[in-house]
Design a protein around this ligand. Structure first.
Ligand SMILES: NC(=O)c1ccc[n+]([C@@H]2O[C@H](COP(=O)([O-])OP(=O)(O)OC[C@H]3O[C@@H](n4cnc5c(N)ncnc54)[C@H](OP(=O)(O)O)[C@@H]3O)[C@@H](O)[C@H]2O)c1
Length: 281
């Protein structure tokens, strides 16, 4: 792959991807986008001339047109090989009585609407890469979109309830990935949804079982092998297929165990916060 663009690249998994790609030194150009440049990203950019940092708040879909023009200038007539829609937000564990309209709208905007609208806007540049690499099979060396989803977006795996904003936004993202894969197949652009595992980041928390490096190397190993038969799939970081709707394989069971621990922890955090609010009142 010659050119890759990652959203939400200033921290967490996005930053981990940039670190991995600069270390691998296989991509000609890495475009890291973020709202605020972190010190770590600044240092990486000083050390790697092929790393371009661009400002992008994915909620600001009105800015996508100008952003696309900037990307065109960076990638030239070779187009963009890989778009990773990584930027994401979540809320605390939320049962139905506590869910708020603003949370639902915010999660849907960042986790669903932004990836759809950004992919739509960058489509001509992705097509350019697919055409410029017509000698290569469908995959990341031609043109691909990876939407960073979550197992919490799997409908069949949900036996704990709650998390309305996050679950709905990621389930909808999975639906969008599937539609994109159908719509873009004729253009030889591969599309897949990925679950990075439960990872130690600000979002995953310190109790998550996976290190960022493990998740990222697993994901790039998986992404690098994707071909026409994989387009439209929902994949775990280690390459196993996940159910958007129904399955009961061993990996799914392991993921479910992680989710249970995660949700119980969030429940406790929530209960503690409410207790503190009551005692302060
Ligand atoms: N960690 C896990 O266990 C886990 C599990 C399943 C799925 N995921 C998914 O993996 C992706 C990355 O998660 P993470 O763990 O790295 O989360 P994180 O540590 O919370 O980082 C989130 C990233 O998204 C960016 N972001 C949020 N809103 C944005 C906006 N409006 N515009 C641009 N960037 C924005 C953040 O930038 P700012 O610094 O500007 O806020 C940050 O770079 C997400 O899509 C998440 O849902 C994570």
């Amino acid at each position: 792959m010659k050119t890759v663009l990652i959203t939400g690249a200033n921290r967490g998994l996005g930053l981990g991807m940039v670190k991995y790609l600069t270390k691998q030194n296989t991509a000609k150009t890495i475009i890291a986008t973020c709202r605020t440049v972190s010190e770590e990203l600044k240092t990486l950019s000083a050390e790697n001339k092929n790393l371009v940092i661009l400002n992008l708040d994915v909620k600001n879909t009105a800015s996508f047109g100008d952003f696309s023009t900037e990307i065109s200038k960076v990638v030239g007539n070779q187009g963009l090989n890989l778009l990773i829609n990584n930027a994401g937000v979540t809320t605390k564990f939320t049962k139905l009585p506590f869910v708020k309209t603003e949370q639902l709208l915010d999660n849907l905007t960042v986790n669903t609407i932004a990836p759809i609208m950004l992919t739509k806007t960058l489509l001509p540049i992705l097509k350019q890469a697919a055409d410029a690499n017509s000698d290569k099979p469908m995959g990341v060396h031609r043109a691909a979109v990876i939407n960073m989803s979550s197992i919490l977006g799997s409908i069949s795996q949900n036996d704990q309830g709650g998390f309305y904003p996050y679950r709905c936004s990621k389930a909808a993202l999975n639906a969008a990935s599937k539609s994109m894969s159908v719509d873009l197949k004729k253009d030889n652009i591969l599309v897949a949804s990925m679950h990075p595992g439960w990872v130690k980041t600000d979002m995953g928390g310190k109790n998550a079982p996976l290190e960022v490096e493990t998740s990222i190397s697993g994901m790039f190993n998986t992404i690098g092998k994707l071909n026409e038969s994989d387009t439209g799939k929902f994949l775990n970081y280690d390459g196993t297929e996940l159910p958007c709707v129904a399955s009961s394989d061993a990996q799914s069971v392991r993921d479910q165990e992680h989710i249970l621990i995660f949700e119980r922890k969030k429940c406790l955090e929530y209960a503690n916060e409410r207790l503190q609010e009551h005692s302060a009142a």
